[in-house]
Design a protein around this ligand. Structure first.
Ligand code: COI
Length: 370
């Protein structure tokens, strides 16, 4: 059941040099992740005196920014990640956009940026898709997770070097055709446990989707890559004990008695839309979801005893990806039980079937974009 439709009130300024059909089709055959961009972008301007105005969809291209723009100096920036899926009848849908819109406002409040309404957030996705619908790939099979990844973001563009919330802000949406986030698709990934670096601390910005959190994770990500790991797991800053998240993905632990445990949300963890959806879908699968603190000791002991049978990461970009091992300077934590990641695969299939319109949208999670 689609949610409320939002009329788009965006002025369309179509590109006079759109990508040719053949080139686009070639890109869509093997898009990778985040490498190619569509022909247009949505834009809305905010100023302290005129609020949000100037809604446009215009040709994709470099931004003109004053070198003194506050985003370049103080990182006043937030973003979102959401996907557009092509259904078998050619129509294009997105998944729970009101959750992203709500989180975007939460992030905006924390970064002292102006809040954007559902109407403008969802309207901007629709307006962009009205121009760039041919960039949404068609899945080749039920396990194909190709989509058009949408990246709404907001930056402080006022040219002013004093440290205070900017009086001029710009919101954009760009779009990038995407295949699986990880090179190996749904092959289990190795995760690096960061010993030296923390991603977030109480009272900080961990729950907000802001560039600064991702920038702070990059040194640890570099360590991960040097140790053949594709992501980093972060522990809490206060006790260095509690599992938080992977920086761009949430974590789930499957227990052999059917419990599905994920770290309870605090202000140091980003509330993932996929995380929230997995908690609901898990119940339909007969699992018992639990949101509670889970320690690194419990991971280590549960993996060794066979109590924990699977670990998986989830996020908009990653969908659901099994975690094969946790690696640190001191140890390698591997699961002794399980190994086939059956629960992760089942929930993944359920989620993808819903997103691609192959199963009933019984929670009303889909919104038509085009
Ligand atoms: C997303 O899943 O949308 C993110 O922003 C995470 C990032 C690793 C791409």
């Amino acid at each position: 059941m689609p949610t409320a439709s939002f009329d788009t009130h965006f002025e369309a300024l179509p590109s006079n040099q759109p990508t040719g059909d053949e080139i686009r089709d070639e890109i869509l055959k093997n898009p990778g992740f985040g490498k190619h961009f569509t022909d247009h972008m949505a834009h809305i301007r905010w100023t302290v005196d005129a609020d949000w105005h100037g809604h446009q969809v215009r040709p994709y291209g470099p931004l003109t920014l004053d070198p003194a723009a506050s985003v370049l100096h103080y990182g006043q920036e937030i973003f979102e990640g959401i996907k557009a899926y092509r259904h078998a009848d050619g129509s294009i849908w997105t998944f729970r956009p009101e959750k992203n819109a709500e989180r975007f406002r939460r992030s905006a409040r924390r970064l002292a940026l102006p809040e954007l309404s559902d109407e403008d957030f969802i309207g901007s996705l629709k307006a962009l898709l009205a121009q760039d619908h041919s960039w949404v790939p068609t899945p080749a099979s039920a396990s194909d997770e190709c989509s058009l990844y949408l990246r709404p973001f907001m930056i402080a563009s006022e040219a002013f070097l004093g440290v205070r919330p900017a009086h001029e802000v710009d919101y954009y949406v760009i779009a990038s055709p995407a295949a699986a986030y990880f090179k190996g698709g749904i092959e289990p990934v190795s995760i690096w446990l960061s010993s030296h670096y923390k991603r977030a601390a109480p009272g900080g910005t961990g729950f907000a989707k802001c560039g600064g959190n991702y920038a702070a994770s990059l040194a640890a990500q570099k360590e991960a890559a040097a140790n053949d790991c594709s992501q980093v797991a972060f522990l809490d800053a206060a006790e260095n004990k509690w599992i938080e998240e992977l920086g761009g993905m949430n974590l789930f632990f499957v227990f052999k008695d059917g419990r599905l445990v994920t770290p309870r949300l605090t202000d140091t963890i980003l509330e993932g839309v996929t995380r929230n959806s997995v908690l609901t879908l898990a119940k339909d699968e007969g699992l018992t979801p639990e949101e509670r603190p889970i320690s690194i000791d419990e991971w280590r002991e549960g993996a060794a005893s066979g109590e924990i049978t699977e670990v998986f990461a989830c996020g908009t970009a990653a969908v659901i990806t099994p975690v094969g091992e946790l690696v640190s300077e001191e140890e390698r934590i591997r699961l002794t039980a399980g190994g086939n990641n059956e629960v992760a695969k089942r929930i993944r299939t359920k989620l993808l079937d819903l997103q691609y319109g192959r199963s009933e949208d019984k929670y009303g999670w889909l919104t038509q974009l085009a």
